[in-house]
Write a protein that binds this ligand. Structure first.
Ligand code: COA
Length: 156
């Protein structure tokens, strides 16, 4: 699927197209950082990119991992917008397209371990915080909080 607005479009992609963004934006560009995920090629995994022209500037991946809302949900991981185009609404646009696409597949709930520094972004996108779920990521040691979104509520 593809959805476009001006020079910007959102499309489902293969995970390999997102690895550069995952590494640079989420892992400090460290060459040794592992940015592949064992579930990347899972048949239920869904990967979305935001493109400005031919350039991938936003990444978002969803995995069939049971979360706080029970079975059947999807976990959002690797949400990232490239540094020079943050704050232009592109991350929110990718999330909106991805959420609609997953809802159309019958997914009703999303969850994520969100970086605390990004909680404002997720709140703007109508995700809600799970109270008392604050923790340090085992992978990055960065403070995170669990967030959820009920897609049924979004679509009314
Ligand atoms: C967090 C991130 C994905 C947001 O993407 P983005 O494309 O910059 O966000 P958008 O421009 O679509 O923002 C949508 C809204 O959220 C707000 N917002 C964005 N980032 C925010 C933040 N860190 N804190 C508070 N509000 C934020 C924007 O101001 C905007 O508000 P508006 O609708 O009132 O204008 C991006 O900044 C990023 O990649 N950050 C570094 C990596 C990271 O932390 N990823 C999340 C891992 S859980």
């Amino acid at each position: 699927m593809t959805e476009a607005s001006g020079d910007f479009r959102v499309a489902r992609v293969s995970p390999g197209e997102l690895l550069d963004l995952r590494r640079r934006v989420l892992r400090g560009g460290r060459p040794e950082a592992v940015v592949t995920n064992p579930a990347d090629e899972d048949p239920l995994a869904r990967h979305f990119a935001g493109f400005l022209g031919a350039r991938v500037v936003v990444s978002a991946s969803f995995f069939a991992v049971e979360g706080p809302a029970g079975p059947g949900g999807r976990q959002l991981r690797y949400m990232a917008t490239d540094f020079d185009v943050q704050g232009r609404g592109l991350g929110a646009a990718v999330l909106a397209v991805a959420e609609a696409s997953l809802a159309a597949e019958g997914v009703t709930t999303l969850w994520a371990n969100a970086r605390d520094s990004a909680l404002g972004f997720y709140r703007r996108c109508h995700w809600r915080v799970v109270e008392g779920s604050e923790h340090l990521s085992a992978e990055t040691q960065i403070p995170h909080t669990v967030i959820v979104k009920d897609l049924g509520a979004t679509l009314g």
